[in-house]
Design a protein around this ligand. Sequence first.
Ligand code: PBG
Length: 327
Amino acid sequence: MSDFKHPYSRPRRLRSSDAVRKMVAESHLSADDFIAPLFVMEGDGKKEEIASMPDYYRFTLDLLMEEVEEIQSLGIQSVLLFAKVPDEKKDNEGTEALNPDGLMQQTVRAIKKNFPNLVVMTDVALDPYSSYGHDGVVKEGEIINDESAELLAKMAVSHAEAGADFVAPSDMMDGRILLMREALEEAGFPNTGIMAYSAKYASSYYGPFRDALDSAPGFGDKKTYQMDPANVKEAVKEAIIDQQEGADIVMVKPGLPYLDVLRAVKEAVQIPVSVYNVSGEYAMIKAAAANGWLNEEEAMLEALIGFKRAGADLIATYFAKDAARLL
Ligand code: PBG
């Protein structure tokens, strides 16, 4: 027992005013932390709100340029592109993904032309292009690893040719980072980076995203390639493999239910770690706020600072613009 009459240590001193709290804050958010995901669709002059993602839109390329301008003016450094592919262009091998004049390639070229300083990242996966809605080639009901990885490497080169700064493979095939790195070097793109979705879980939180791209799997689920939510060692292993295979940035996805994974990966690798605050996490906050059950701004900022505290260097988030505006 202490002989002192009063508590010696009063942690509340460091919470006593806004200025003191700011002075001692351990984590900070800035617009530089954010990667803004963007959905592009074919056509002209249209933007469509995604039903399960209130206030988030798919844009045709012309209108996307205004959106990108706004993103850049808010101090955000990077965008992550996803293309919505019409059903008639989908097949098992994702042939359209390699079209040099495909929507993704056109979008990359247009953004780099108009906003040369913006970091353009592209999603590399077959699901938006696949008639089965899977991230790889399907044979007899199975997702074939090596053939899919070869295709993904070609897709990465195609995005690099269009001018992508980083390719972001989100497929979870084994060995694809090495193949992709080799293919990029061979094709003369030593400076195109790879942000690997290293620990991507088989998650129900991707639901709204699959609405946005109409990319839900046609049969089965993604559990033979995306990770089991019960595991963390496997995430560390995946991140270390991807770092060794040449990834420049590794990612953990989803975000909020996996903050422990984010911390473990951060401690295991020597490269930046990003986290994806996915569509279902966005939808939850939006839905609760729409009902008056949560304060949207506060809940959003609390989630985002949570990622920083857990070790994220970068955050891909549908809240990028809203948060940047508040900072
Ligand atoms: C596609 C891909 C998905 C997401 C990003 N890339 C969906 C999936 O794997 O089914 C999800 C992003 C989100 O939910 O915000 N490979």
